[in-house]
Design a protein around this ligand. Sequence first.
Ligand SMILES: Cc1cc2nc3c(=O)[nH]c(=O)nc-3n(C[C@H](O)[C@H](O)[C@H](O)COP(=O)(O)OP(=O)(O)OC[C@H]3O[C@@H](n4cnc5c(N)ncnc54)[C@H](O)[C@@H]3O)c2cc1C
Length: 387
Amino acid sequence: MPAVTQFAPKQTANVAIIGGGVIGLAIARALALRGVRDVSIIERACLGSEASFAAAGMLAPQAEADSIDDFFHLACQSRDMYPAFAAALYEETGTDIELDTTGTLYLAFTQHDQEELENRYNWQTHAGLSVEKLTGTQTRDLEPCVAESVSGALRFPLDFQVENRRLLSALANSAQKLGVKIVTETNVESLRIEGDRVIGIETTSGFVSCTKVVVAAGSWTSFLRVATDHTPAVPHIEPVRGQMVCFDSKPQLTRHVIYSPRGYLVPRRDGRLLAGSTSEIAGFAKHVTAGGIGSILRHAIEIAPTISSLPIVDFWAGLRPRAADGLPVLGPCDEIDGLFYATGHYRNGILLAPLTGDLMAQAVIEEVVSPMLAPFNPNRFDLVSVR
Ligand SMILES: Cc1cc2nc3c(=O)[nH]c(=O)nc-3n(C[C@H](O)[C@H](O)[C@H](O)COP(=O)(O)OP(=O)(O)OC[C@H]3O[C@@H](n4cnc5c(N)ncnc54)[C@H](O)[C@@H]3O)c2cc1C
């Protein structure tokens, strides 16, 4: 990851991006690729050290969807950008983000699970989406590790996965090569507003004057204040803790990403096998718990019983940024010129990064908001008045 840069006193930026997770980085790169100069990312710790680092890297909108809606369209469009996105990042940085196009399985164990899968299969085939129905035997022929108790599965050939930590590194290197200024170990404490306009940000390294600010602060979004009166200027974003367990699995146990109704497995190219996850309201406590790890292990072994003999080599937890309705918060603030939000990506920030980068760059540069972003407009929430 790029080294620490400090702001000089009386620093200016054209666009300041608050937060150096996958979303802040993707937006910075997209702005720089479109020729915007003086883009700065201000990150209070190290780049990509929060939710974006903790994630499993699944790009699986079809496996998770129960119906077609605006979010599904957004998610599929972003997923479909990944092959070109990965190739471009490789070209720009030499980093392979390990986009794995094997596909995703969703398992059924019970009659109820089977009915759920049948429904998903029916509406997705009706909508012309790629999905295959497998019997239990066909599933085990494809992935012999799958438990005998599995009665069938859906295979989503276009639901991929990516090594999110390599993605972060590629985005950071690309942004830096394109001239983005990356400032780490610097907390943004508040936004400075004058009249109806943002004029800068107050940081632990001093004031930074800028005409445009993008809030990409993930679970910490709601801590940002307005310098003058300390009133919140942002929608409420809640952290939802997710724990993960990592096994050493050489040779790799599965080629596909495998979901059950209770958990998932993600095989990495280097032999790590990730198992997830939990979904907990636990404030900003980022530790793993015995209960959380216990349930992940149980659900992983239910999918593939041989997991019980694999060495556990790592575990961690991260905080998914969730808005009140669980949908992303994307676009300009109606009340304050120059202020934009790209937060609340909840369970899908890795999946949504390429499209978020493009659409937010367009909104910032052209001040044109794509119709795709309309359902995710920040102004759907009652933002607290900032004056
Ligand atoms: C266990 C787990 C599994 C997941 N699996 C998947 C998956 O398979 N697929 C998928 O698409 N998504 C997944 N997600 C969700 C995904 O990780 C998030 O949606 C995504 O990382 C959000 O990115 P972000 O940049 O908004 O937030 P973050 O990565 O949290 O980054 C926000 C950054 O802002 C910085 N910051 C905050 N406040 C300030 C401030 N005041 N000043 C300066 N910097 C600040 C933080 O330090 C942080 O670096 C998973 C998440 C978890 C926890």
